[in-house]
Design a protein around this ligand. Structure first.
Ligand code: BYC
Length: 470
């Protein structure tokens, strides 16, 4: 196991103390990060005592250490999963050769771009969620929000470590830029589309953690396969934390469904207007939120036909999630049939890998849908939640800007424009959902639009005071 040295200014398991130059560079970046956290992190709750988990080692016993912490005192640090002895490259044209401990010169700018893109999403999500604390549906949820926020901060640290340690001056400049771009900023936005969307209500937050954090899982898994070993080890450890973020999304939406079904049963109707009047989220509105965040997150896999994806794979920079589950790790001989607006095309498999990943991601997204639909079925209502077609409302790739409905059917532009408010939240829907967002901070109490969770955190009761607001 790799212990983490907490006596140092920057907790780490990378022997920072033995590399004074790197240590100094990171200690120089640290106050910039803390300033960013103060200005762009959760607004107003910096003095609260929050029941948080902190990693104190990367093994099963130590990665989830619970205690009460003020967020600015959270020990953000640099933790890499333990090395795999004699690790070999597992895919691409250099398969079987030793994994790299340094960045090969020819891949330097591509690897830097991948790490910067990954790093950029982490602070972006904290910025997007910055005001949510003011409308938390419970202390339990408030704590989960803050847990996710501090861990996204740590994931930024993870990428900044790689930039500082392996990319010299360019890397240090990129690390500064990661704090200078901001979500939704007109002049300096975040790199990827979804991370510039506002998250101004908790229904969006649950959808974001369900769909967008799941993209995080897929991207991190594919980077965990990388021939660049420090990136692989960093991503492997990040994945352990990511699971909780998706749990918050899946259980959050499940609790919304549960509460809505209770209201529908009490009223004896599924009439959306009456469900809304009773203070719950009607299922058609939930479907629109799912359509919005799922379609946005589908863009995060990039274009269906991508020379970047081909080069990244062939060069060993980025594999497929769980590469070992496949038989062919080189893919020079394979093709894939892809449907584009121009018709079906046979594309070299290497160029279709973004789509391969998007398809397995969508399968993973189905799991929650099945669970929520079982709840609805058991309650005796005919409504079923669905995932939108991967061609719906795309801004990136072959289907970008195409007038396709959520079932995947091509429409005329006029009909698409007219019907879009039926498929994604309209202004009126957002106003309604915002009207439900009232802050509830009495221990154990929940907002009326969401059911309590089945259990608390780390075996504590749901009524536990997870955030002490003073
Ligand atoms: N928005 O060949 P293309 C997470 C750009 S989430 C804007 O289509 P490629 C998290 C692309 O960058 C995981 N731009 O796709 C979740 C490229 O630009 P350049 C984040 C986009 O390169 C919740 C150009 O279009 N991690 O961790 O094969 C909370 C052509 O690219 C978009 C990663 O994404 C878009 N949606 O794949 C917190 C992993 N899509 O480079 C955290 C690192 C594409 O020509 N990134 N473009 O200027 C990557 O692996 C790849 O960059 C992408 C795109 C998968 C994003």
């Amino acid at each position: 196991m790799s212990g983490i040295n907490y006596s140092e200014k920057i907790p780490n398991n990378v022997n920072l103390v033995n590399d004074r130059t790197l240590q100094r560079a990171l200690e120089h970046w640290q106050p910039h990060f803390l300033d960013w956290w103060k200005n762009m992190g959760p607004s107003d709750f910096q003095a609260a005592d929050v029941y948080l988990r902190t990693a104190i080692s990367v093994d099963a016993q130590g990665w989830a250490h619970y205690g009460t912490v003020k967020m600015p005192d959270y020990r953000w640090g640099i933790f890499l999963a333990d090395p795999v002895a004699d690790r070999k490259i597992g895919f691409g044209d250099q398969m079987g050769q030793p994994a790299w401990q340094q960045v090969p010169g020819e891949y330097r700018s591509t690897l830097r771009r991948l790490i910067v893109t990954q790093g950029d999403t982490e602070p972006a999500s904290v910025e997007q969620q910055r005001l949510l604390g003011h409308t938390c549906p419970s202390l339990y949820d408030l704590r989960n929000l803050f847990q996710i926020n501090v861990e996204e901060g740590r994931h930024l640290w993870a990428m900044v470590y790689l930039l500082h340690a392996y990319f010299g001056r360019d890397g240090r400049e990129e690390a500064e830029e990661l704090l200078a771009r901001h979500s939704g900023d007109a002049d300096k936005p975040r790199i990827l589309t979804t991370f510039n969307e506002p998250i101004s209500d908790w229904l969006s937050f649950y959808c974001f953690t369900y769909f967008t954090d799941r993209d995080g899982k897929y991207q991190l898994k594919s980077l965990a396969e990388s021939a660049f070993d420090p990136l692989s080890r960093t991503c492997r450890f990040m994945l352990t934390e990511e699971a909780h973020h998706m749990f918050v999304g899946e259980t959050g939406i499940g609790r919304v469904v549960k509460r809505t079904l209770e209201v529908m049963k009490e009223l004896g109707t599924d009439d959306p207007a009456r469900v809304r009047a009773a203070g719950a989220v009607d299922l058609p509105t939930l479907q629109k939120y799912l359509n919005f965040w799922c379609s946005s997150s589908l863009d995060l896999f990039g274009s269906e036909i991508s020379s970047n994806s081909a080069a990244n794979f062939a060069h060993g920079l980025k594999g497929r999630p769980d590469e070992s589950q496949y038989e062919d790790h080189v893919l020079r001989e394979k093709t894939m049939a892809l449907l584009t607006p121009e018709g079906e095309q046979q594309v070299p498999m290497l160029n279709a890998l973004n789509e391969v990943m998007r398809e397995s991601y969508l399968k993973d997204c189905e799991i929650g849908l099945k669970r929520w639909n079982r709840q609805i079925e058991r309650a005796g209502f005919p409504f079923r939640l669905t995932l939108p077609s991967s061609r719906f409302r795309r801004s990136i790739g072959a289907w970008a800007g195409q007038p396709v409905d959520p079932q995947g059917k091509m429409l005329s532009k006029e009909e698409y424009e007219k019907r879009l408010p039926d498929w994604i939240p309209s202004e009126a829907d957002r106003t309604f959902v915002h009207s439900l967002q009232q802050k509830v901070v009495a221990p154990g109490k929940m907002a009326a639009w969401i059911a309590p969770p089945e259990r608390g955190i780390n075996n504590l009761p749901v009524e536990y005071e997870y955030v002490k607001l003073h």
